[in-house]
Design a protein around this ligand. Sequence first.
Ligand code: ZN
Length: 594
Amino acid sequence: MTGTTIADAEIIYEELPTKLVHMKFKTKDGEVIIASTRPELLCACKAVIVNPKDVRYTDLIGTKVTVPISNQEVEIQAHHSAQIEFGSGAVMVCSYGDHNDVALFRELDLEEVIAIGQDGRLTEAAGAYAGLKPKQARTKIIEDLESKGFVEKIEEISHRTPVSERSRAPIEIIPMEEFYLKQKGSVEKMRELGSQIKFYPKMHQQILMNWLDSIKIDWPISRRRYYGTEIPIWYCKKCSEPYLPEPGEYYQPWYLECPAEKCPKCGFTEFVGEERTFDTWMDSSVSPLFITKFKKDEEFFKRTYPTAVRPQAKDIVRTWLYYTLLRCENLTGKKPWSEAWIMGYGLDEKGMKMSKSKGNALDPLPIIEKFGADTFRFWSASEVNHGNDFRCSEQKIESTKKFLTKLWNVSRFLSSFPIVESADLADTDKWIISELDKLVKDCKVGFDEYNFFIPAIAIREFTWNIFAAQYIEMAKARAYGIEFSEAERDGAIYTLHKVLSTLLKLLAPITPYITDFLWQTLYSDKSIHTEQQTKAESNEDLTQHTQAISDFNSKVWNEKKEKGLHLPDSIKIEIPKELEIFKKDLVAMHHLEI
Ligand SMILES: [Zn+2]
């Protein structure tokens, strides 16, 4: 017990080992076996239910059984929620045992027994077990049940147990007065708004829909936690009338004087401040309203609300995303955004979810310090397709750095060539430009869906394996003007810069620092982030030759290696017919004998 109210959205279920105790309840002429994982709640048992279709109990419906240990007589009632195949098929119904019990108590109109108090311990209602924590009481009552012959058998089972997502403490249902925000009546409306929001990736919309399907109670918004936003209410000490102060200020009623001089109802002058705080999602669910200056600047709000996109991780869809949707709709009648960008979990190296409480979280700051923010960003973009969970390891982040080093080295090489405004292009230049066109199109598809994985992977592949490995090698001799005309040389230099400047712009959203530095060093006095993204051109498509170019170059390099030749040595290899158009560059690149 952590001693506070929590919402369903904060509850997770864990399979925990527990004892399923099969107990003997005395009937008039015999006994009924009832299995339960919570024998400490026997004192709160007010009925036994059996399925109306369960022929074993047809004759017993309406008769009484005696609850072991606490000795109260309760009625056997027929109810469809009793599962024939679970245990003996007969189930004890205890007040506040679980959600199902709460519903059954209301439905069957049973008188409730509060067996667990707000301190998380058993109450006087539990007789000899009063003051014990539920787990201690369970151990003790099982001993007593056994010694008194009430136990038929005990099974060790794994039980789906509700626990707090934050503290992993088991959940107990205890009746308490709390503030609630109505949500049950808005489920349909939220489903409609949720379906209008475009989710990236689409699959994570289902998390919201599943959550909406499972909403059973209104949202409890008050908490008995110390740290939190104070609930701004004072109560009249005499008549308990609540007093709400004027909006616009931050109030701490638990230690500040009530701003009202006297109770508006009875005129009494003493007040007591509310001590509870709000659920944390009460605060964070206003973020779209806060940034659009809701109730502060009408004009600004009109122009900016609804906002465009909510970026967040998938583990808080049912809390942050849902509560924001609910509150913003309540207050404005509109959904807060038109799109939602949902990230997967960062997992540790073994594939376990990272969390502060498990201690397996990787602190990004020292890693950014060590490898640079751009390395970290490029790793994050290129590690996994958007929306999926991804494993984090320092080694993988470090290896990403090699790509940025490659980009740096390519840029340094190109910086030795002047900028050429226009030129006649060789077929080799036209080929790499058509590959560049394809890259620009691929990147646009990714950027349009906020999916940075697509451009990151495509840019890395192009830069490394096509531009640097093939084109630069093929165009190098021409760019230096060795045995080429000035016009031919300019074609190579023009193309080298066209490709690099385009690459920098494509990469700018993913690695903003290195691209801006290189851009301002090579191409402009202004930041790259003021540039328009490159649009795809429709140049002659020569990409069908890419594979043949790569195959031929590898073949020459391998043959030289096998023959013990150095790269500048000449060799006699025939150029395939398909690559005739690139002949001049290939001959110069490989020193081919013709
Ligand atoms: Zn009053």
